[in-house]
Design a binder for this molecule. Structure first.
Ligand code: DC
Length: 239
């Protein structure tokens, strides 16, 4: 039970670098468990998007703090899936460009931005059983999570996956080498920043997806969840 008397929600965290397959795997695992899926990278992208619209530089803490205080950012579940909504506008299809990836990585190193999203993420964690995908879910946001995964793969495999994903979408697609270079820069930014750097939690189960397909990763996670979730705490039923 929570301190306020409500039944504790099951939280599964999946952290790891870009292109490791977190999004696909997290969505499928959540679907299989009947849990909600939360993409926390999308929240950082949402703030990066709002900052670009307002011409706010990634290191302008004062302006970022003000922005975080006034925007309304959240998810909405509709028939076509989970949508990211900023001030009542659906921005889901506007946040995946390479430029916004870099801006999201840059603003995610600013404490003002992390503090604001920490509150939002913990609030979402109280609502229902959920799979949270991100960089610091198991280390900082939910240190008491029921099960923590850290999903990784080697850089060239991750870059190839991201290149294929970008190629499926319309618009300008950078060449594979650029995708790999930008991914390496983002890995470095995300894992070397001072607050909440990307790293596996001490108690995370590490999975290397370099030679595994999506189904294999989801199956491995699903079996571990079934083994590890305390029997009396399964609601809705897992399996
Ligand atoms: O998962 P993603 O590629 O959509 O994330 C975009 C950026 O957001 C990533 O480079 C680092 C940041 N991020 C973070 O710092 N912490 C999280 N929990 C999720 C994302």
């Amino acid at each position: 039970m929570d301190t306020d008397g409500r039944k504790k929600k099951i939280i599964i965290t999946i952290d790891g670098p870009a292109g490791a397959g977190k999004t696909t795997v997290s969505k499928l695992l959540a679907q299989r468990l009947g849990f909600r899926y939360i993409d926390t990278g999308a929240l950082y992208r949402g703030i990066a998007y709002a900052a670009s619209q307002a011409n706010i530089a990634s290191d302008d803490d004062k302006a970022l703090e003000k922005l975080c205080g006034k925007i309304h950012l959240g998810f909405e579940e509709i028939a076509m899936g989970l949508r990211l909504v900023l001030n009542q506008t659906d921005i889901t299809d506007k946040i995946r460009s390479p430029e916004l990836s870099m801006k999201a990585s840059a603003i995610s190193a600013r404490p003002v931005v992390r503090d604001c999203l920490l509150i939002l993420q913990r609030f979402l964690g109280k609502q229902t059983h959920a799979v949270f995908e991100g960089r610091d879910m198991g280390t900082v946001v939910f240190p008491e999570a029921d099960i923590k995964f850290y999903l990784d793969a080697n850089l060239s495999v991750r870059a190839t996956r991201r290149f294929e994903e970008l190629s499926c979408k319309s618009g300008d697609v950078p060449d594979p080498k650029t995708v790999e270079t930008e991914m390496a820069i983002r890995d470095k930014n995300d894992s070397s920043r001072q607050i909440a750097p990307l790293k596996p939690a001490k108690d995370a189960i590490q999975i290397d997806s370099t030679n595994l397909n999506v189904q294999q990763v989801v199956q491995a996670m699903f079996e571990l969840v079934q083994q590890m979730c305390p029997k009396g705490n399964q609601e809705p039923k897992i399996g």
